[in-house]
Design a protein around this ligand. Structure first.
Ligand code: NAD
Length: 437
């Protein structure tokens, strides 16, 4: 990517000041496929559009990106709409600190593209998108009044986008924040159960991880978890329930760690009758990577599979919930492959978070078949079946599983919605025609 020394190197707050001086409160970048150019709503921002378009990895012809500066608390908010062939772009809203506009844009592009892939591989009729809000260090984000205002304004942004993107909860955003988004728009999921939302998906996510791991065991001709030793990094909302499922499946021994001492104590107490070793670690402590085990489950943070940790792994299979486990999706995937370790891509196994909330508007039934089928062994898009397909494709081509999964996902993401076709693109075209900005 070329690096014009310009707007992209500003901090988000410097950029907000620039926009205010230019009298810009909303702007967009929209892809014109006929002329193969990403166009900016404002001539003075075209250098940013050019910068985005020159990105070889994550731009991938994003259909549109829409931004606003909030009326209160000078905060940059954006909706990255990657691909809408299968349906509106769907993905969570991240509230995070960014040093530069470049970091902010790169994160949005990467995350939105990732949601396209996750949704397509899950067989959901959704496209991919992501909301990103840059924290303004001058405001207290723990103040409920500030948060309510920011998330309500994000809800207004969603309404203005007429449904080409549907938001959800993500890192930095809580259920209460989602209630504030919901107070201003219908284009959101993950609203609190008290308002008809689907609630915490973590148990379903843990079940999904188990499905991916069992498929990987089947792939190598292994009967199952019984008698296995496993290691788990992170014992939070997903890791905690996962531990119990592992013992239900008759794992012989579980070694786990977390940086939260209370959680470690609590789970040690709950699982005191099991062969369970749990330790409290500091955040830089990577000792879990060299635990003697058959399977390693990363359920804490991202980028933990890298040239420093992969050589230490003793597991034969890596399969977890954490998002973006590979620090570099190409080279680290290859490194695992070279070591003969089977890696089940995270965006395949941790789909239940989005599956759980994706169809909130269709109502709820007991043991919902539209959710449960993802966890069966036979549905063609189930985690089990897709894991097997990806591992077979990887074996046949010699590509790491992530590469095979990405190819499959990118093909699926270009299928048009069976009823509405590529409507998200039409919505974006109408926003441009009506001068949304
Ligand atoms: P969580 O915050 O409840 O749990 C994560 C746990 O990891 C915490 O207990 C934390 O203390 C621990 N941790 C952080 N750094 C650590 C380290 N260096 N070593 C050991 N432990 C560490 O989050 P969660 O909901 O359980 O999600 C876990 C991961 O899965 C996250 O990456 C999340 O983005 C991803 N994910 C979760 C869901 C879901 O349904 N909750 C869905 C999709 C993806």
């Amino acid at each position: 990517m070329s690096r014009p020394k310009s707007l992209i190197s500003l901090s988000p707050q410097e950029f907000v000041h620039f926009l205010k001086a230019e009298n810009i409160s909303r702007f967009y970048f929209v892809y014109d496929s006929k002329n193969n150019v990403l166009k900016s709503s404002h001539a003075q921002l075209q250098t940013i559009a050019d910068f985005i378009q020159s990105d070889k990895r994550d731009f991938m012809r994003h259909e549109g990106m829409f931004f606003q500066i909030t009326r209160h608390y000078d905060t940059l908010q954006g909706a990255f709409v990657h691909r809408t062939n299968r349906g509106p772009g769907a993905g969570g809203l991240r509230y995070w600190n960014y040093n530069t506009i470049e970091d902010y844009l790169r994160d949005g592009l990467r995350l939105a593209k990732g949601m396209t892939r996750k949704n397509a591989l899950a067989g959901l009729w959704w496209g991919g998108g992501k909301g990103v809000m840059a924290h303004n260090p001058a405001v207290d984000k723990s103040d409920p009044v500030v948060r309510a205002s920011l998330y309500q304004e994000f809800g207004e942004l969603m309404t203005s986008l007429r449904g080409c993107y549907v938001t959800a909860e993500d890192v930095g955003t809580s259920v209460t924040d989602m209630a504030n988004v919901f107070s201003k728009t219908r284009f959101t999921t993950c609203i609190p159960p008290a308002f008809g939302g689907s609630g915490n998906p973590s148990i379903a996510t843990a079940r999904g991880v188990i499905c991916g791991m069992e498929a990987a065991l089947e792939f190598i001709g292994d009967a199952g978890l019984q008698g296995k030793t496993v290691a788990v990094q992170g014992m939070g909302n997903v890791g905690g329930p996962l531990l119990r499922f592992l013992f239900d499946k008759k794992a012989k021994k579980v070694v786990a760690c977390d940086i939260d001492p209370d959680l470690v104590q609590q789970l040690k107490g709950e699982l005191s009758d099991k062969y369970f070793e749990a330790s409290m670690v500091s955040s830089g402590d990577n000792s879990i990577f060299q635990a003697e085990c058959d399977i390693f489950f990363p359920c804490a943070t991202g980028a933990i599979l890298n040239p420093r940790t992969i050589p230490r792994l003793r597991a034969r299979i890596v399969c977890g919930a954490a998002n973006n486990q590979l620090e570099d999706s190409d080279s680290d995937g290859q490194l695992l492959c070279d070591r003969g370790i089977i890696y089940v891509p995270d965006f395949l196994t941790n789909r239940m978070g989005i599956v759980n909330c994706a169809n909130e508007q269709y109502g709820y039934v007991n043991d919902d078949p539209y959710i449960e089928r993802h966890l069966t062994k036979d549905w063609e898009y189930s985690i089990h079946q897709m894991t097997l397909k990806i591992l077979q494709e990887s074996k046949a081509t010699g590509d790491p599983p992530t590469g095979a999964a990405i190819r499959m996902a990118d093909n699926l993401s270009l299928e048009n919605h069976p009823i509405f076709g590529h409507r998200g693109k039409q919505v974006i075209d109408s926003l441009v025609a009506d001068r949304w900005h």
